[in-house]
Design a protein around this ligand. Structure first.
Ligand SMILES: Cc1cc2nc3c(=O)[nH]c(=O)nc-3n(C[C@H](O)[C@H](O)[C@H](O)COP(=O)(O)O)c2cc1C
Length: 328
């Protein structure tokens, strides 16, 4: 028997597998047993009804997908009255995700969403790269992150998870700002801003020109960020980006993640959501791990990157040989 349970601050999850915001709806319960998931993460909601961005909203890439959905939503009232009760039919903790363009509105929305008895965690999406106009992309700057998270923190006693942006210059500084403002956990991360051009029309492949890239191609980049951030904060980090198989989950946990979220994979194969739980249990069993939580941060870091001096190494060692031949 493998103990798959993990703790994200005060929140207990029976396993570390969750859907990523915007990639899951309760319709998926028709094909998988969503009660098995670590938590349910709702699509981001804004205060007012939003129609979202012009189509096409998604396009396929060799490394995954690019999307510019633009956070369509029926608004917070509809969310609280209809969508939360719909999620609450299921047993996993419910993570409500909110977005706003001002710190005031983030604070007010946190009070309302966090005040609903069936919402267990408030995830704050301060990092959507494609939301227009205004953006509300506070996660690009550490001062903005600190200020908005401070206000959000003051508005609820429920756990607050802050979703970071891989488009920020120094994601570690932003994670630290969120932690010092009172975040309970960090989600690393939202999508990477990109561009795809349709060479038949000479136009951007998606209606909003730029879009967020997700899927396997972003995994090593987000993996690096999860590792760097988790080394510098004390709160748990949730890894999110490009997971398509159990080895990716293990890798994220070794890098420092306490749990993971799946996005792209759900569009490719919704039943992989719960299949991942079975695969993780089998992986732990085959390697003799009794507790999945023991994987978090277990990467062995020999610090080679920081200390290896290629120029000083004797000829014949891998680095030196590579440096010489690359220079030829
Ligand atoms: C179609 C689509 C819609 C998304 N909508 C949201 C959203 O509403 N809120 C949010 O925080 N992230 C949203 N995301 C980002 C995902 O939650 C996730 O951070 C990102 O896709 C990286 O994970 P992945 O590579 O596993 O897809 C969306 C992603 C996709 C592909």
């Amino acid at each position: 028997m493998v103990d798959l349970s993990v703790k994200i601050g005060r929140t207990h999850l029976k396993n570390p597998i969750m859907p990523a915001s915007g990639c899951f709806s309760t319709d998926i319960a028709q094909i998988v047993d969503v009660n098995r998931l670590g938590a349910l993460v709702a699509k981001t909601v804004s205060r007012e009804y939003r129609i979202g961005n012009p189509p096409p909203r998604v396009a396929e890439l060799e490394c995954g997908m690019i999307n510019s959905i633009g956070l369509p939503t029926k608004g917070i009232e509809y969310f609280l009255e209809h969508q939360v009760p719909d999620y609450a039919r299921f047993t996993p903790p419910l993570v409500g995700s909110i977005s706003a363009t001002t710190a005031e509105d983030f604070e007010a929305m946190t009070r309302e969403v966090g005040g609903h008895p069936d919402v267990d965690v408030v995830e704050v999406n301060i990092s959507c790269p494609t939301r227009n106009p205004g953006g509300g992309n506070f996660a690009m700057h550490e001062d903005h992150t600190f200020n908005v998270v401070k206000r959000i923190r003051s508005a609820t006693d429920k756990p607050v998870w802050v979703k970071l942006s891989p488009n920020a210059g120094d994601v570690v500084a932003i994670g630290q700002a969120a932690e010092s403002a009172g975040a309970d956990a960090l989600v690393v991360s939202n999508t990477l801003l990109g561009l795809k051009i349709n060479i038949d029309t000479f136009r951007p492949a998606i209606g909003n020109k730029f879009g967020g890239i997700s899927g396997p191609g972003v995994k090593p980049i987000i993996m690096r960020m999860v590792h760097q951030v988790s080394q510098k904060v004390k709160i748990p980090v949730i890894g999110c980006g490009g997971i398509v198989k159990v080895e990716d989950v293990v890798e994220y946990m070794l890098a420092g993640a306490s749990a993971v979220m799946l996005g792209y994979l759900i569009f490719r194969n919704p039943s992989a959501l719960t299949g991942m739980i079975d695969d993780l249990e089998a992986w732990c069993q085959s390697r003799g791990f009794a507790r999945v939580a023991d994987l978090t941060g277990a990467m062995i870091d020999d610090k080679i990157a920081e200390t290896f001096d290629a120029a000083a190494a004797p000829i014949g060692q891998g680095h030196k040989t590579f440096v010489l031949s690359a220079a030829e």
